[in-house]
Design a protein around this ligand. Structure first.
Ligand SMILES: Cc1ncc(COP(=O)(O)O)c(C=O)c1O
Length: 386
C-alpha cells in the first residue's frame, strides 16, 4: 500500500496545498530531493568533469550516477546504451537522423497515431528518402457500443509488416487513451512475423513517456531496440533519456537485482493505488453515457490502463471540451486540460469525427493524487453535466 501522506510530503507543490494537479501526463510535479540534488550539484560541484582534483572527481561521479539511474529505470544492460537529451521528441528525431545511413530504398516504417514524438521523425525520414509510412491505428472492438473506446490490436499490426519493414514505432501507453500496450507481446509477434517472411531488418522504437510514471520499463525483457521517456513526467527536471540496444549485453550483479526488486515493489504499489483513482472516475463517466459522455479509450478499469482518462461530451446536449475545461478553470484550485496533446493522428482517425483542436478533455492522474481529489473532480463534472 502506498503511504500517500509520505508520498505527497516529498513534493513541495502539493504537500501543503489543496490544488489538484490533473495534467500530470503533460508534466509532473518535481520531487524536493531532485531539486536539492540539482542545487547541491550546481552550488558545490559545478566544475569541469574528468580532472583529478577532488571536486572534479566528485562531479564526475555524480554525473555518472545520473546515467546509471537511467540505466536502472530502463533495465538496460549497460550505461553505454543510455543517451540523455532535452526532450523525447528531440531524442527520437536524433535517432531517426542517425539511422538514416542504415536505410535502404523501399524500406517501410510503421507508426501509430499516437504522440508525434515517435511518429514525426519517421514520417520526416520517409519523406526525405521517398519511403512508405504505414499506420497502425487504434480502433474500437466491433461489439463496443462506444465508437471512441479505441485501442491498438496486434492483429491489425501483423498484416502491415512486410520484408521491407524497417521500423515499428509505437507507444507503451497512450497519453490520450491511458491504455497499456503489451510491449513484450507486440515485439514477440513482430519478430515472429519478421522471421516467417525473412524481413531484412526490423527494429522497434517504443515511446514510454506516458508509461514511465505508472509501470516499470524493462527493455531487456521486452526485447526492444529503442525506447524513450521524459524525466519531467516522472518527477524530475526537463530532460529525457533514450535507450538504444547494444549488441553486447552484460549480466546484472546482485546489487542491481536488489534494486530492481525494490523498483518492482514500488511500481506494484503505484499501480494498485492508481487503480483506486481510475475506478471511480471511469464508473462515473460510464454512468453518464446517456448524457452523451464518451470515454475515449478503454472503458474498463483494470491493470491494463493507467489514470490518464480522456472523454468527450457529444449528442443533443454536447459540450465542447474547451468549455468543460473552462468550467474547471473557473472553479480554481484544479488544473486539467483539453486538446489533441500532439496525438492528432489518433484524434483525427476517430469516428464519428471530432474537432481535432477541441479534441478531448483529459484528466491525467498519477500516484500522488488522492481518492478525495477524484471525488472533487466527479462533483465538478456533475455540475458541468447538469
Ligand atoms: C506519449 C508521449 N510521447 C512523447 C511526448 C513528448 O515528450 P517530450 O516533451 O519530452 O518531447 C509526450 C509529451 O507529452 C507524450 O505524452
Amino acid at each position: 500500500m502506498l503511504d500517500l501522506t509520505a508520498v505527497r510530503s516529498n513534493f513541495p507543490a502539493i504537500a501543503d496545498s489543496d490544488y489538484i494537479y490533473g495534467d500530470n501526463a503533460g508534466g509532473s510535479q518535481c520531487l524536493q530531493s531532485v531539486v536539492s540534488r540539482i542545487s547541491d550539484y550546481l552550488l558545490h560541484t559545478n566544475v569541469q568533469l574528468g580532472a583529478d582534483y577532488s571536486v572534479s572527481v566528485t562531479s564526475t561521479t555524480r554525473v555518472a550516477q545520473g546515467a546509471e539511474a537511467a540505466r536502472e529505470l530502463f533495465n538496460a544492460a549497460s550505461v553505454d546504451e543510455v543517451a540523455y537529451g532535452h526532450s523525447s521528441t528531440m531524442l527520437v528525431e536524433n535517432l531517426a537522423r542517425a539511422l538514416e545511413f542504415d536505410i535502404q530504398p523501399g524500406d517501410e516504417f510503421i507508426v501509430t497515431g499516437e504522440h508525434e514524438a515517435n511518429g514525426g521523425p519517421w514520417k520526416k525520414l520517409a519523406a526525405r528518402k521517398g519511403l512508405t509510412i504505414k499506420y497502425w491505428h487504434a480502433r474500437a472492438s466491433p461489439d463496443s457500443e462506444n465508437p471512441y473506446a479505441v485501442a491498438l490490436h496486434i492483429s491489425d499490426l501483423l498484416p502491415l509488416i512486410t520484408p521491407n519493414t524497417r521500423i515499428v514505432a509505437f507507444t507503451a501507453c497512450s497519453n490520450i487513451l491511458g491504455s497499456i500496450v503489451p510491449v513484450k507481446e507486440v515485439v514477440a509477434a513482430i519478430r515472429a512475423k519478421a522471421k516467417e517472411i525473412s524481413a531484412r531488418k526490423i527494429e522497434t522504437c517504443v515511446d514510454c513517456v506516458a508509461y514511465a510514471p505508472h509501470r516499470r520499463i524493462d527493455v531487456q525483457d521486452w526485447d526492444v531496440d529503442y525506447c524513450v521517456f521524459s524525466l519531467y513526467k516522472v518527477y524530475g527536471p526537463h530532460n529525457s533519456v533514450l535507450y538504444a540496444r547494444s549488441a553486447s549485453l552484460q549480466s546484472l550483479g546482485s546489487i542491481a537485482h536488489h534494486f530492481l526488486k525494490k523498483l518492482d515493489e514500488a511500481f506494484k504499489s503505484i499501480a494498485e493505488h492508481e487503480q483506486s483513482l481510475v475506478k471511480p472516475l471511469l464508473t462515473y463517466l460510464k454512468s453518464k453515457y446517456p448524457r452523451g459522455v464518451r470515454i475515449v479509450g478503454q472503458e474498463d478499469a483494470d491493470l491494463s490502463r493507467v489514470p490518464t482518462i480522456s472523454f468527450v461530451v457529444v449528442g443533443e446536449q454536447a459540450i465542447a471540451s474547451k468549455d468543460v475545461v473552462k468550467f474547471f478553470d473557473q472553479k480554481g484550485n484544479i488544473g486539467i486540460r483539453y486538446g489533441h496533446f500532439y496525438a492528432f493522428t489518433l484524434i483525427d482517425h476517430l469516428q464519428p469525427k471530432l474537432d481535432v483542436d477541441d479534441a478531448v478533455v483529459r484528466i491525467s492522474l498519477v500516484h500522488y493524487n488522492t481518492v478525495k481529489e477524484v471525488e472533487t473532480i466527479i462533483a465538478i463534472l456533475e455540475e458541468v453535466l447538469a
